[in-house]
Design a protein around this ligand. Sequence first.
Ligand code: MRU
Length: 351
Amino acid sequence: MSEIHPIAWNSGSRILTLLDQTLLPSREKYIDHTDPETVAEAISTLVVRGAPAIGCAAAFGLVLASYQYSGTDGKALAGWVADAADLLADSRPTAVNLAWALKRMLEVLEKTGGQDVGRIQNSLEAEAIAIFNEDLASCRKMGNIGAGLVPENARIMTYCNAGALATAGYGTALGVIRSAHRMGKVRTVWVCETRPVLQGARLTYWELMKEGIGCTLVTDNIVGSLMSAGDVDLVVVGADRIAANGDVANKIGTYTVAVLAERHNVPFVVAAPLSTIDLSKATGESIPIEERPPEEISGYGGVSWVPNGARIYNPAFDVTPADLVHAIVSERGIAQAPYSSSLNALFASGD
Ligand code: MRU
């Protein structure tokens, strides 16, 4: 197995290293970060992307902010870190893992209020490392739990990239596929290319290839025809935010896949850690959907393929209603309809 490390924290040198995902698969380039401003920029430009991964990156962004402070006043340090948290919070709006991780970090800041600067910095660093390690452990658990839903000899479809690249490692949807593959259950994976940024074609295919999991790249608009031919046994995707009623925000186009899966009786499964579930949102309607630059659609590498001045609408995510979701796999088990009670039960269950 080839290890994939989208995020690496070096404690000694206090450097956050991010794999630049915008360059994959042609270049594997790692960029060092020493300040929260460039981490926020890396999040908004998709150098680091995927819900859990941006949560981890933002947490380390706050650690970098705290180490930038060279004074001795704990209160001044807290203000400095809070400003960095505001900046990072604004970098992407849909994936709740970002706000969730920042909240955890700010809670530590509040608890360590009266302590000296060095201790506050150490506590923040320890919390960011814990967020990272917990995500990795959650992905592995989720993978093993979710693999139980995979039939023998399965042809699995996935959308976008919910893999090691999108998390601290191992992945959510791709974690399920990895675990099922190790159990010998996977015949093949249909990788949807995922217009417009091609996370499927560039990132998911690259990950599966590195791990030797057989897969086939397809365009997003083949989904209905593959399903109607009976060539898909299961769909597994990740999520950016799940509302209390089980509505799922994920990469634009996920909803289309879910509707087609329902039409063809293909189970549509979502794999996501508890940090992606936002019980404060009653339904998917109140989840903020990020709109991204028109250039993601109009062309690539400076070449435009649309008429000059074309009007473009580019939402990055859509919401799949809970009634199309067969199951939500988390690190604490599987939730099924009615989600309003089953999601609550996951939170109540503890580890
Ligand atoms: O815009 P992206 O690439 O950050 O979108 C990523 C997705 O939609 C993923 O499916 C989601 O974040 C889950 S990642 C485990």
